[in-house]
Each structure stands twice: as structure tokens, then as C-alpha cells.
Design a protein around this ligand. Structure first.
Ligand code: 5GP
Length: 207
């Protein structure tokens, strides 16, 4: 994929880690961003809207999109499909924006493999497993069975933190937001491989 001048910031971490809260804290300070809206087959939750939190589609529609190669990446998470559509991401990158993904570890692997030179990845975690349990139960948006599945998933995801550039432990919101703000600003400054090559070539010519 050829992307002109934008950059990618991947945020992963268990549901309940506070990814969206942290992102909302830093959005005003990190310049022009495009927050990628994923497509999912999971049922809509109370308080969510189609086209804002996700594009909610049927499994049939999702599979159609897979066949038509619409996704930059997709994964089966917690019993549902989730995917990132390619087109709006390309558009935002071309416009020089910082594209922010909230995707799972499988998605991070694909994005890093495909666009590693412009991608910065961050894993956001609650301080402990018991804190995660507390947050998920407090949220009261999911049935116990769903919460149990998410906790099981979180235990697996935690094992793959080393695949990320950064780990943020979201214990103190303000402190965690400060770290994420710094990372997001630096993510923009990542130089794609082709630009480095061009710089080297020109630099040698000038000398
Ligand atoms: P939730 O159902 O709580 O909104 O999200 C469940 C999980 O799916 C989270 O870990 C979230 O990061 C992940 N997720 C959301 N959208 C995508 C996507 O487009 N691709 C991938 N790979 N994971 C996603």
C-alpha cells in the first residue's frame, strides 16, 4: 500500500483498559487525526451509534466485504468479526493525518506487517486483572458470559505485549494520558522507508 505522508497509531488492550477515555483526553492536543471506524458483526450496545462507534453489519455483509478485499485487516474477536476498511485509511494517510486504530493483537500484527514503517503501536492495560474485572463489571453493558470471555481473552492478549512499541498502564488517567500524548506526537514524526531512501540519495548528490 502506498501512503503519502500520514502515520498510524495502533491502540490495543482489553475492553475496559480505558482506550477511548484516554484517546478523548488527548485528541485536542495531537493535531489532525482520523479515528478509524471499524466494521463489526457484534450486536450494538446501549449508547452506541452506527457510523460513530462502529459500522454494525450482518455476518453476510461482512463476509462479502472480505471477499471483495475491502479490509486492511480483519479478525474474529470474542465471537464476532471486526475489520478495518482500507479506503478511508488510505484517504486519511494521503491527507497527512495521524490514523488511529483501536484494534486487537491480531489486527496489530497485520497492520505492522503491512505498514510497519509508518506504524507506532501501543498496548494499554489496566494495572491488574482484578482491576479489569472490576471495571468490566462496573460498566454493566455486557452479560456475565461476555465479561468472562473478555477476561479470558485479556489474559491471552497480555502475553503478547512484547509485540508492541509501548506499554501504558492505565492506573492514573492523567499520567497515562500524558504518556499517550507524547507517543502520539512522536508517531507523526516516524519517517517512512521510501522517504529515508530519497533523503539518503539526495543527500549524497548534494555532497
Ligand atoms: P468491543 O466489542 O469491546 O468494542 O471490541 C472488542 C475488541 O475488538 C477490542 O479489543 C478492539 O480493539 C477490537 N477491535 C475493534 N475493531 C477492530 C478491528 O477493526 N480490527 C481488529 N482486529 N480488532 C478490532
Amino acid at each position: 500500500m502506498n501512503c503519502d505522508s500520514g502515520a498510524i497509531l495502533v491502540l490495543s488492550g482489553p475492553s475496559g483498559a480505558g482506550k477511548s477515555t484516554l484517546l478523548n483526553e488527548i485528541i485536542p492536543d495531537i493535531g489532525e487525526c482520523y479515528f478509524s471506524i471499524s466494521t463489526t458483526t457484534r450486536p450494538i450496545r446501549e449508547g452506541e451509534s452506527h457510523g460513530i462507534h462502529y459500522y454494525f453489519v450482518s455476518e453476510e455483509e461482512f463476509k462479502q466485504d472480505i471477499e471483495e478485499e475491502m479490509f486492511l485487516e480483519y479478525a474474529y474477536v470474542h465471537g464476532n468479526y471486526y475489520g478495518t476498511s482500507m479506503k478511508p485509511v488510505k484517504r486519511a494517510l494521503k491527507a497527512g493525518k495521524l490514523v488511529v486504530f483501536d484494534i486487537d493483537v491480531q489486527g496489530n500484527t497485520v497492520v505492522t506487517n503491512r505498514l510497519g514503517d509508518i506504524t507506532t503501536s501501543v498496548f494499554i492495560s489496566p494495572p491488574t486483572l482484578s482491576e479489569l474485572k472490576k471495571r468490566l463489571e462496573h460498566r454493566q453493558t455486557d452479560a456475565q458470559e461476555v465479561i468472562d470471555r473478555r477476561i479470558k481473552m485479556a489474559k491471552k492478549e497480555i502475553q503478547r505485549i512484547s509485540e508492541y512499541d509501548y506499554l501504558i498502564i492505565n492506573d492514573d488517567l492523567e499520567e497515562a494520558a500524558n504518556v499517550l500524548r507524547t507517543i502520539a506526537k512522536a508517531a507523526r514524526l516516524k519517517i517512512p522507508g521510501n522517504e529515508i531512501n530519497e533523503f539518503t540519495r539526495k543527500w549524497e548528490d548534494i555532497d
